[in-house]
Design a protein around this ligand. Sequence first.
Ligand code: UDP
Length: 322
Amino acid sequence: MILVMGGAGYIGSHTVRHLLDNGYDVVVADNLIYGHREAVDERAKFVHADLLDRLSLENLFKNNKIDAVIHFAAFAYVGESVGEPEKYYYNNVIGTVNLLHAMLTHGVKKIVFSSTCATYGEPQYTPIDEKHQQAPINPYGRTKLMIEQIFADYERAYGLEHIALRYFNAAGCSADSKIGESHTPETHLIPLVLQAIGGKRKDIKVFGTDYDTPDGTCIRDYIHVEDLALAHRLAVEKLGTYNGCINLGTGIGTSVKEIITAAEEVSGKKCPTEYAPRRPGDPARLFADNTKAKEILGWQPKYTDIKDIIKTAWDWEINRKY
Ligand code: UDP
């Protein structure tokens, strides 16, 4: 049985469905602070648990025969992490130490972890490979880097088997629109653009049009959430033969203006757009070298056309369930 910590969240809930579709037994644990109970597939067992409540973790491992853990449970708002670092160090770092304690107490040594390209900080070159220096520029990125470092120490001391997946920009929703992206507050570009198109927001503010990129707006690597889900299953299946970190991105860069144009084409509607100043801490371009994911996991993204990714998000946006 696989324990998915944070399985009621955006990427977690898509991974849960993918695991179930591929024959795995799944127990989902979530504190439902940011997660959605409706996002959890009814084929999975659900347990209310919190990383900071060691008794709830202890019970989770006592009551379920867990073979491996996929750990998504984290706070992930970069801006909030700057204003409230304690919240991030407690939940993300201490919470993960608690989870590892419960795992090791019960003889569970396998973990796949949600890391992030935010651990690289300001890019020194692109595409970014896993050898790129790690110098995160905000507390959120630092919590994820610390956890990667904790894994290496636990591997040496306790034989932990670990893979940290460093995501670039997760995007899109399940192809059948059953589950999707729902954050409060929403800060991500694609859902905000679609909400502006759908009239739920006044407009989209483009943060900076004077970057050193072909159209002056920031370039990111948008990877479909179902491609992320697939990579998590492949990573679970690789645990024990490989320890370390793997980038997950398509390797394709798309600018903010290109996202808006693609969303207009997919929806057939105009996006009310305002140009605004740069957002602090945003590098001009970020995209992945995904060679390692292909070589080690045998992973290949199915979604490489940004319009196909946005189409799944638009289908969800116009008929969202939570
Ligand atoms: N962005 C924007 N307007 C918004 C939100 C985001 O122009 O309202 C830009 C942001 O500056 C970045 C890109 O869209 O270049 C992706 O931002 P997002 O917050 O979705 O992801 P991040 O790259 O920060 O993880």
